[in-house]
Design a protein around this ligand. Structure first.
Ligand SMILES: *[C@@H]1O[C@H](CO)[C@@H](O)[C@H](O)[C@H]1NC(C)=O
Ligand SMILES: *[C@@H]1O[C@H](CO)[C@@H](O)[C@H](O)[C@H]1NC(C)=O
Length: 365
């Protein structure tokens, strides 16, 4: 079966199962076909139902909602993972939440996003220190006591910094070392044409007109920090894949946002000056999802805004497919650099694209 067919089937399955769920959640009769046994209302955890059940607005019909009822949202797939959902939704109301970030993140990454809200206090470090003041915080490693370490194999920043020397794979392995590679990223000119500098990118637009933006999958937040040093406000999305990425980004004094690449970007149309993404948008993402993501980036960029696609990687045979996806969206190519990715050996025929893509200033619709 070709990759494409597999993707189509998976997508169909997802569509079917979410339609089934909608059907199930909003009707009392049993579904006519089953992909997998649908949960029955009584199987769903009471706190999940308490949050997601329709709630009447106290003042009745609201013209903005065009309804008298609120339906608090969670990701459709939440109910596909019933035993995990049950664990997540079982906790002492008004008390301390279970120490379960790993479970929450797993649910979220599988599509239970947004996660249901809970009525409990999250696990947190007992002796949280005041953060370092700006601008010192931008390049400071915070004290270990600022992090709740349970979900991570490392239990200290010295361990996170040292792991770049270890053979085992970890996401953004050298990102916690602020005196290492992070120092030169996007600022030190390089002979590799795939590496653009921030100053070069900013100079592609009139001075000062890049003011706000987003870094998708921004590791330890260095892109946002470098932009802050240039008075540009960047929000950094990140997961916490075996490391306290969100806590670390926040400790530096830039804003982390905990959303996966699957979720619609929480920004209004035509608002951001720049969207950057390095390494995260790549061939591990199903092509249909990627198509939706690139359109979403286009949506949130203002006319004339810049999408800096930084080291997008794939294998040579996939080139036509990915170039087709990117080109279908309507960006102007300000800069487009193709190169070989050689770190895992040339025989893998891996490629990179680094590009500056501009949403047209006029007639972008
Ligand atoms: C939690 O607090 C709310 C608000 O005070 C209260 O109505 C509710 O009974 C409490 N629930 C439990 C289980 O303690
Ligand atoms: C950033 O803004 C501050 C305050 O307006 C200004 O003093 C500083 O020169 C600006 N820095 C840059 C790199 O533009």
């Amino acid at each position: 079966m070709s990759m494409d067919t597999t993707h189509k089937l998976l997508f169909l399955l997802l569509l079917l199962s979410s339609n089934l769920l909608t059907f199930f959640l909003f009707s009392s009769s049993p579904p006519t076909t089953t992909i997998q046994p649908p949960p029955s209302g009584t199987d769903l955890p009471p706190e999940f139902l308490a949050f997601t059940s329709p709630q009447s607005l106290p003042f009745g019909h609201n013209p903005n909602f065009d309804s008298s009822t609120l339906y608090p949202p969670v990701g459709h797939p939440c109910t596909l993972f019933l035993s995990d959902l049950r664990r997540f939704s079982t906790y002492p109301i008004n008390g301390s939440c279970p120490d379960d970030e790993l479970l929450a993140q797993k649910l979220l990454l599988r599509g239970c996003e947004p996660l249901p809200r809970r009525r409990c206090r999250p696990a947190s470090p007992p002796d949280f220190p005041e953060p370092s003041p700006l601008p010192l915080s931008l390049w400071s490693t915070p004290p270990d006591s600022s992090v709740h370490w349970t979900p991570y194999s490392c239990k200290s920043f010295s361990c996170l910094i040292a792991r770049k020397h270890l053979p085992a794979f970890d996401d953004c392995k050298d990102c916690f070392d602020l005196s290492g590679r992070e120092l030169s990223r996007w600022v030190t000119p390089s002979s590799n044409p795939l590496d653009f500098t921030i100053d070069h990118v900013l100079s592609s637009k009139p001075p000062g007109t890049i003011r706000i933006g987003l870094d998708i999958g921004g590791g330890s937040g260095t892109f946002a920090v470098r932009m802050k040093e240039r008075n540009v406000t960047i929000i950094t999305t990140s997961m916490n894949l075996n490391g306290p990425f969100n806590s670390f980004i926040a400790s530096r004094g830039v804003v982390p946002m905990y959303v996966s690449v699957s979720q619609r970007l929480p920004f209004f149309d035509n608002t951001l000056d720049i969207v950057h993404s390095m390494h995260v948008l790549s061939n591990w993402i199903p092509t249909t999802l990627l198509h939706f993501i690139v359109f979403d980036v286009y949506r949130v960029l203002r006319p004339g805004g810049i999408f800096w696609l930084d080291h997008f990687f794939f294998v040579e045979e996939q080139m036509e497919e990915y170039v087709g996806v990117i080109e279908s969206v309507g960006f102007l190519k300000v800069k487009w650099v193709l190169g070989r990715k050689l770190d895992r050996g040339p025989e893998l025929r891996e490629m990179y694209i680094s590009a500056l893509l501009e949403k047209p200033l006029k007639n972008s619709w």
